[in-house]
Structure formats: structure tokens, C-alpha cells
Write a protein that binds this ligand. Structure first.
Ligand code: RIB
Ligand code: CA
Length: 313
């Protein structure tokens, strides 16, 4: 079976960590060419640190970690310590990483990799703000036609927003970057809050991960316990939405998801709705579809897949 070559762009974050664990737990299907840290949930210094902690937890100190954008393209940095804790990986006690980031920056790594690998053979998996990807596209417009697919966690439509009533965090942090990516022509698969709000870390689902009895599983359960507390309080739900692993799950089992090709535009001017993903689900605008927008998911199937892959670490 041909392994799928992927680049993960991420702002760990406990849910990012779960996604990366799922990816490293799937070596027969996924070839992780590199992992790029971006400022998002916490500043870049922490997302880089956290990314290396996750790699070492997964037994992958050989993985290549690159550091990208320190801040959004044109706006002040917005972070989410209130959700993820001061470090961005609060909830579990782990040693500082010993592996170092690569000397090459993430933007040049993304450009160089896409130019080197055969056209249409590298998938970009984005779990945070799209600043790194937009910067690479601006610096090297030729790479847009070389991307196999960009599978992203971000946006929301019927579910509204989570950082403002209209906007989801990853898009809100850097709406200008999102506008560039959605206008790039890259084949996009969008995992919005409409999907991830169905992926609740219920006690029954988390207990299956805990039952694995491995150190990575134990740490993930501790991270989830911390991560979900904010959303349980906010939504009054049994568990919190586990956003980012939806991206990796799509690569492994796309049949878990369903959606449709839609036009998606990004609001970047109105202060009331900046960062909103305007999804033309009912195709009333006449605008050309530019993303496959997912809306439904087999949540139990997703969590079975997560437990299975984490259990392989
Ligand atoms: O809105 C959820 C997204 O914002 C997730 O990617 C989470 O990690 C944060 O980055
Ligand atoms: Ca994230």
C-alpha cells in the first residue's frame, strides 16, 4: 500500500497532540515528512516545545520539527491559554524535550518539499492558524499546484463560532491567511466545528483510551481531562469536542465523514464577523466551490480509530 506523504502544520494544543499521536500510530498508511509549529493556541516558543514533547512521547525523536510564523500576517496575536493552559499542553507532567527543531524554517521546508516531491503527492494537514501555509504560498505561488490536498481543521457554519459568535479560533487568529489559502485553488477538505462538535470526549470513549494501559495513552487521557474542562463548562456536554484528530482520521478512514463541495469565503473586514467562514452550503451564491466541507461524522468510529492508533505507539 502506498504510504501517503504528509506535512503536519500545528499549534499544540492537547487536541493537536492527539492528532499527531494518531498520525505516528499509523506508519503503514502515513509518511510524516515533517511537522511545522505555528503560533496559535500558545506562542511559537511553546508550540515548538510542545510539538517536540509529543514527538518524543510517541517515540519519534527522529521526526523533523520546523518552526514557522511567530504571529499572524497582519493582526495582533491571539492565543487560547484559557483553553489549553499556560504551556498549551497543561494536564500532564512531562520532561522538557531534548530533540531540537530543524535549523530550516517551516516556510522554506514547506516550499522545498513541495518543489522536490512529485507533483500531487504531498498532503498538507493543518491543525492551527494558516499563517505558515499562506506565507509559503505568497513566497512561492508555484507550490499551490503541487499540493495533493489540504485537509484542515477550521471554520464553522451551522455551528457558528467558538472564539466569537461568528468565527472559529484557527480562522479568527489569521483570517488574512485563511483568505489566501481558500483562494489558492488547492483542493481543500474542511473539518469545521459542525463536525468536531460531534466528537465529544465522553467518559465511555476516554475510558477505552485509558484501558490501553500504555504511557502515551495515559498522557493523552490526562491531556483530555484538562482540555475538556473548559468546553464542558461552556457547552454543558459530556466531554469536550476533540477537534484536530478529525484531520488525520479523514486520511485514514474518509468514510467516517460526509459533506459536500461548497464555496467558502472568509470575512476579513467586519469587526463583528471577522474570521467567519461563509459556507455556501445551499449553493445560492453562484460562486465556484473551493472546498469539500464536512458536516457529519461517525463519532464512535472516530474514537475507535483514535484508540486503535494510539494503542500502537
Ligand atoms: O477551534 C479549535 C481549533 O483551535 C483547534 O485546532 C484547537 O487546537 C485550536 O487550535
Ligand atoms: Ca490546533
Amino acid at each position: 500500500m502506498q504510504r501517503r506523504k504528509i506535512i503536519i502544520d500545528t499549534d499544540p494544543g492537547q487536541d493537536d497532540a492527539a492528532a499527531i499521536m494518531m498520525a505516528f500510530g499509523s506508519p503503514d498508511e502515513l509518511d510524516v515528512l515533517g511537522l511545522c509549529a505555528v503560533a496559535g493556541n500558545v506562542p511559537l516558543s511553546f508550540t515548538s516545545r510542545n510539538l517536540r514533547i509529543v514527538c518524543e512521547l510517541c517515540g519519534r525523536p527522529d521526526a523533523k520539527v520546523y518552526e514557522g510564523a511567530l504571529k499572524p500576517l497582519d493582526r495582533p496575536q491571539v492565543t487560547a491559554e484559557h483553553v489549553h493552559g499556560k504551556t498549551g499542553l497543561d494536564g500532564a507532567e512531562l520532561p522538557e524535550p531534548t530533540m531540537q527543531p530543524q535549523s530550516q524554517n517551516a516556510i522554506d521546508f514547506i516550499i522545498e518539499t513541495l518543489r522536490r516531491e512529485p507533483e500531487g503527492t504531498v498532503t498538507l494537514c493543518t491543525l492551527g492558524p494558516l499563517t505558515n501555509i499562506a506565507t509559503a504560498l505568497t513566497k512561492a505561488p508555484d507550490i499551490a499546484g503541487r499540493v495533493q490536498e489540504l485537509v484542515m481543521m477550521g471554520g464553522g457554519f451551522f455551528e457558528g463560532g467558538n472564539i466569537t459568535p461568528a468565527a472559529e479560533f484557527n480562522i479568527f487568529v489569521d483570517p488574512d491567511a485563511a483568505k489566501i489559502v481558500f483562494g489558492s485553488g488547492i483542493p481543500i477538505v474542511m473539518m469545521p466545528l459542525d463536525v468536531t462538535h460531534q466528537l465529544l470526549t465522553t467518559k465511555a470513549r476516554v475510558s477505552k483510551i485509558a484501558a490501553l494501559g500504555t504511557r502515551p495513552a495515559q498522557v493523552l487521557v490526562e491531556w483530555l481531562a484538562f482540555f475538556e474542562r473548559f468546553d464542558i463548562e461552556k457547552y454543558g456536554s459530556d466531554g469536550g469536542p476533540l477537534h484536530d484528530p478529525s484531520v488525520i482520521a479523514y486520511l485514514l478512514k474518509p468514510q467516517l465523514f460526509s459533506g459536500r463541495d461548497c464555496n467558502v469565503e472568509i470575512e476579513t473586514t467586519s469587526e463583528l464577523t471577522v474570521g467567519m467562514t461563509v459556507v455556501d452550503w445551499w449553493r445560492v451564491s453562484g460562486r465556484k466551490p473551493n472546498a469539500k466541507v464536512m458536516r457529519d461524522v461517525d463519532a464512535d468510529g472516530f474514537f475507535d480509530l483514535l484508540a486503535d492508533r494510539v494503542g500502537r505507539l
